[in-house]
Structure formats: C-alpha cells, structure tokens
Design a binder for this molecule. Structure first.
Ligand code: SF4
Ligand code: SF4
Length: 672
C-alpha cells in the first residue's frame, strides 16, 4: 500500500480496481471523466492487471457492454455524467428487470450549479425511477468506501448499484492508502450460463418487477441495520447535549459535509457571543434510495422538526414528508382520538428554508441553520442583552454568507466568460458558414461540445442546443416547420459517433433539406481530449483503423459531401456555399485538429504602420488573443487606437490575417 494524494475520481478508480473490477466502460463527461482515465493510466503502468477499460461510443453502448460482461460473471463498472445516464437509461431500466450476475456498479457524477452541464437533474431521482439502489458520498473518502461495498451489494441482490458523487466530491483531493498493484477478479469458470431470465419477455418483466420490489425492501433494511451500509447514515447530537433535541438536521451528499462544517461555524459564532445553541440531532443519509426508513425513524424520534439540506432535488425531503405522515398516523392510532398525534414538521426546499437550485455553500447553510436553531430562543429572550447576543451571531454569519468579506478580492478578479480558445478551428468554421449563408434566413443548430461556444458574440452562430446529437434532428424539424429558411446543424466528431448517426439516417430517409457541418478536430476536446472511433486509437493504446466520417456519411446515403480546412477561410466558405445550395441533406466536413493536439505556429504580429484601428479582426472573429489599445497611435489609425496580439495566447492559426482588410496582421511575425 502507498499513501497518495488523489482527486476523488482518481481514488474511486483505485477503489474499483481493489474491488477486482474486470471491465470499465464509459463515455466522457465532466465531472466524471477522470475515473476511466485513471484506470487506463494504471493499466498502462502495469499497476492494474487484467482489467479492460474503454471509452465506448456513447453511454448506452458502455452500459450494454458492461451488462454483457456482468452476465458472464465479471465485476463491471460503468461511468458517465448525469445527463449521460439519460442516454444509457434505456439499457438501465431493462437491466434492472433482467438482473445482473457479476457486481455491476454505475458511477454517475451529478453537477449541481450546474458547472458544466445542460441540466441540474438528480441521479438519486433517476435511481428511484429505475428502482436501483444509490449510494451518495459526502466526501472522497466516503466515495472510496462506497465504491467497494457497491460491488458486494450488487452481487448480494443481483441488482445494478449507482454511486452518485457530485462535482465537489469528484474533484476534491485528499490522501488515500491505495494498493500498489491490483488484479481483476477472474470471470468464474462457468462463465455465461444460459437461463431464460436473461431474455426480457413481458412475462419475465412482470416477475422481475416483483423481484425488484422485494429486494428493495431488504436493501432498505440493510441500509438501516447492516454495519456495511449503516456506516453511511451516521447520526450525532450537538448543541446543549443535556437537553433532549427537538430539532433535527438531515443532509445528503456533499451537503452533509457542508452541514458538519456549518454547525462548527455556528457553534463558534454562538460561543463568541455567549449564546447557547439548543440541542440538535444530525443525520447524514448516504444511502438515499431505497430510503433507510428504519434508521430515519429512530433519528426522528422525539423531534419536533427536521430541516433537510440537499442539492438538486428534494429527494430526502420527500422521504421525510412521507415518514412524518406515517409517524402522525401511527401515533394517532396508538394514542386514540382524544390525544393529539405526534407531529413532525419537515423544513427544506419546499418551505423556502433551503435554496431550491444551484450549489449549497457552507456559509449560507451556517446562516440558515443558525436562524432555525436560534429563532425560538430569540423570540423568547428575556431581555435586550440576550436578544443582542443572538443578533450578533446572525450578523457574523450574515457577513460571511453575503460574501462581503471577500468583495474586494472578488472585484479584483477578471471576468472570464467561456470562449473558444485562441486558434480554435471552430472559429473559422462558424465564420465561414455565416459568410456562406450571407443574408438568407437560416437557423444554426448547435450541439454539445466546445462548439456550443459558437453562440457567443461576435460569432453568434449557434441558435439552438438541446442534447447530444439533437442539432441534426432539430434542424430537420425546423426545416419541416420553416422550409423557407436554411438549417445548418453543427456536430463534433465525437458527438457524430455518439449520437449523430441516427439523425443523419433520418435526414436521408425522409429527405430533409439540411446541411450537417461536422466539426472534426480529431478528439473529444471539451472533456479533455479523449479518443473516439474516428481517432484510430483506443484508451488502452491499441491502434485501430479510424472510422472514416466521410465514408460513414456516404454509406448513410448523403450525396453531397464537401470537405474543407476551417482555417482556410476562402476554401471553407466556398465549400459551405456548395453544401448549403444543395437541395436535400448535405454534409460539410471541416477538418482541423484541436489546438491542444498540435504544436502552435509562431504568433502573428500587428503592423502598426498600416493598422487603421477598424477593429474588424475583433468584431468579426472574437479571438481572445487580440486586444485593443486605445492609446496606441499609428499613421493610419491616428487617434482611434490599434489592436495588439498577445503572443502568449496566439497560436498562429492565421485566421485573423485573412480577416484584416489591410494586411496589418502579419503571419509568422514577419512580412513575406
Ligand atoms: S489589424 Fe486589421 S482588422 Fe484589426 S484593427 Fe488593425 S486594420 Fe483593423
Ligand atoms: S493567429 Fe490571430 S486568430 Fe489565430 S490565435 Fe493568433 S491572434 Fe488569434
């Protein structure tokens, strides 16, 4: 064993390998990608033996592959981000009915905020919809432990199990003791056994549904009572612990870690002001589905109210509302009509006590908890001194929560809106296509990838963006609804393989008049340059024949396919015109590697003798390496000021040299 400083996702990879995982498959997506990459790295170094790891074409392909290996008895791990589970959901829903053999763990990373996603969906909710158990770590350490027991749980009940960390858990780093080498568990000798249960007929689905319902009851019980799992649902008391607590705090995921820190902050602020915090009871729910109701009922015993702290959806709050109703009903039955039943008030997002979207923060939770804990004491305060002391606690916490302490620091930080990199070939693609369209009415349908950033000014070339592959099919709907307009759909090379093919087949089959611009930069750039079927190399380093996008388009029946280099504006615009003018589905293949993959060329320089300060290079293509100096003077710019090029950012793509009407941007830093 070695102690290593690891990011959560790296540690989860170690945990899965130590659990003997044999097959790891996923599709990249922030905040989940590092797990698969770590497995691949450890395999390449010889530290992870016997494991197969791959980036699959999309999440559905990955989960189905994992299901096949599990049927044969292998321990398998599937990874994706939260929206990736939508793609894999078709497989997941049925897989749960069919059941699993080898331990089957789905690592699905949620993204509160959202920081890099199109939705704030909650995988805990998806788990309950699919009737699949879910573990929800508060910290990287807890995620490490959960990854390992998830395989055991899966094998105990033949169910897929989801481990659902959120961004902060995935990307926080801490020290872990990890094995120096791991060996994948061999597939059992008997391998895949023929069995009618593996074939999902309606009759089998009916039986499977019953099995799911029965095992969920047992799993909920395990989550409350089995030490292997109840460790993830700890309870402690705080405040004036000699009192019986009447207030409960329940939290899940990273919010549980925030609440622990927030309570320490509240207690410090109260102690500084000489205020006593009433007794409270805290429970973390690390196994939100099936809800550990027995453990929660013990936690709630004697409480008057429970405040629920969670991100994304009101999953725990819903469960506590159900539990509160059961408690009231049970006590009414026991006590009879003349005595008021025990009532448990549930506070949280529905009641406005907690934020209903975005990420929670420790300071904000501290303020909200302080108000809940001290409001009654404030109302009942015997004198002004007591009231003033409590107000002092609130004031301290309010200052922290409002961010005023850091206002000066924040003000000095530059605002950095998301923007295409300097030298990004997508900039040329968008610019050339817009020029090719000219004034004709058009809708430009974007997709998921770096190129979504084409919607920013001045390019302003992405009018829609829905989900992976949707640009191609949405363009077809728009073409049907508005045939007088031209529809151009943008899709990246990785998304082309992940989710673009069916849309293109649909366009050909139904004869939709759209142009699909495939922005082929030879990688999955947005998520960290992962390989894909068009790159000719697998994650395990094997060389494969790259799947030729042009060949695929032709095989799908696209008759008009134009090809150009997006950094050659004249060539690109001419090719775009030909594709756009074609009646029926056409394709425009724009090929130039992502700048992360190639050595930069020398930076361009500005000829201050000829620059007029017209700013066309800024207002037309918006490269962040070009700035404007209003104080610069030249014979042609006079008082207008001139542009400058930040050589540390410029990668010498020479797009701007083709845009400047006066030849004032000099390629390679010198004149011909
Ligand atoms: S470099 Fe060319 S386009 Fe840019 S401001 Fe100067 S003259 Fe105008
Ligand atoms: S050559 Fe021009 S467009 Fe390309 S990165 Fe440099 S400044 Fe930007």
């Amino acid at each position: 064993m070695t102690t290593k400083l690891l990011m959560g996702n790296e540690a989860f990879a170690h945990a899965a390998l130590e659990a003997g995982v044999r097959v790891v498959a996923g599709y990249p997506g922030t905040p989940s990608s590092e797990l698969v990459e770590t497995v691949a790295k450890l395999h390449a170094e010889g530290a992870a033996q016997g494991v197969h790891v791959e980036w699959s074409t999309n999440e559905k392909a990955a989960l189905e592959l994992a299901a096949g290996a599990s049927h044969a008895g292998a321990r398998v791990l599937f990874t994706c981000k939260q929206v990736g589970l939508n793609v894999a959901s078709d497989a997941l829903m049925s897989l749960n009915y069919v059941g699993t053999n080898g331990g089957t763990v789905l690592f699905v990373a949620d993204d509160p905020g959202p920081i890099s996603s199109q939705t704030e969906q909650d995988t805990r909710r998806f788990a309950s919809f699919a009737k699949v158990p879910v573990l929800d770590p508060a910290t990287p350490d807890q995620g490490f432990a959960m990854m390992q027991v998830a395989f055991d749980l899966s094998e105990r009940y033949h169910t897929p199990v989801i481990v659902r960390p959120t961004t902060r858990v995935c990307h926080a780093s801490t020290f872990f003791d990890v094995a120096d080498t791991t060996e994948a568990r061999p597939v059992p000798e008997e391998g895949f056994q023929k069995d009618p249960k593996w074939v999902i007929f309606p009759r089998r689905a009916y039986q499977g549904h019953g099995e799911i319902n029965e095992r969920l009851v047992k799993i909920a019980d395990d989550f409350s009572t089995d030490p292997a799992f109840e460790q993830f649902n700890p309870v402690f008391t705080g405040g004036m612990t000699r009192e019986m607590p009447q207030i409960g705090i329940m939290a899940g995921g990273v919010s549980a870690a925030y609440v622990r820190e927030a309570l320490a902050i509240v207690e410090d602020a109260a102690s500084a002001a000489g205020v006593l915090i009433p007794a409270y009871r805290f429970m973390q729910v690390g196994t939100p589905y099936p809800f550990p109701e027995k453990a929660a009922a013990v936690f709630a015993r004697g409480l008057r109210s429970v405040v629920v702290v969670e991100e994304l959806d009101s999953v725990l709050e819903d469960e506590m509302l159900k539990l509160a109703a059961k408690i009231a009903l049970d006590s009414a039955k026991t006590l009879g009509e003349d005595i008021a039943p025990a009532l448990l008030e549930v506070l949280g997002r529905y009641t406005g006590h907690m934020p209903d979207r975005g990420e929670n923060t420790i300071d904000d939770i501290a303020l909200r908890l302080a108000k809940l804990l001290l409001s009654e004491r404030y109302a009942q305060a015997a004198d002004d001194d007591s009231r003033n002391a409590i107000e002092a606690v609130f004031a301290t916490l309010e200052e922290a929560a409002s961010g005023t302490r850091f206002a000066e620091l924040n003000a000095s930080l530059p605002v950095r809106p998301p923007v295409l990199c300097p030298g990004c070939p997508h900039r040329g693609s968008f610019y050339a296509i817009k020029r090719a369209l000219g004034k004709q009415p058009a809708v430009m349908c974007g997709d998921i990838g770096c190129y979504t950033l084409g919607n920013a000014q001045p390019l302003d070339a992405v009018d829609t963006c829905l989900c992976m592959g949707a640009g191609i099919t949405m363009a077809q709907g728009l073409a049907v609804a508005e045939p007088h307009k031209k529809q151009v759909a943008f899709v990246g090379d990785s998304t082309f393989f992940a989710s673009g093919l069916t849309g293109i087949a649909n366009a050909v089959y139904n004869g939709h008049d759209i142009t699909v611009a495939v922005l082929d930069n030879a990688t999955t750039a947005m998520t960290g340059s992962q390989p894909h079927p068009g790159t000719g190399v697998t994650l395990m380093g094997e060389k494969r024949k790259p799947i030729d996008i042009e060949g695929v388009l032709r095989a799908l029946g696209v008759e008009c396919i134009e090809r150009a280099n997006p950094l050659d504006l004249r060539e690109c615009e001419a090719a775009a015109k030909r594709a756009i003018e074609f009646e029926g589905p056409s394709a425009l293949l724009l090929v130039s590697p992502c700048i992360q993959l190639v050595k930069p060329s020398p930076a361009v320089t500005v000829d201050t003798e000829t620059c007029t300060g017209c700013k066309k290079c800024i207002t037309e293509i918006g490269c962040p390496a070009i700035g404007f100096d209003p104080a610069a003077r030249g014979p042609r710019s006079k008082e207008r000021g001139q542009v400058f090029v930040d050589a540390s950012q410029c990668n010498g793509c020479n797009l701007c040299t083709q845009v400047c009407p006066f030849g004032s941007l000099i390629e390679g830093g010198c004149r011909d």
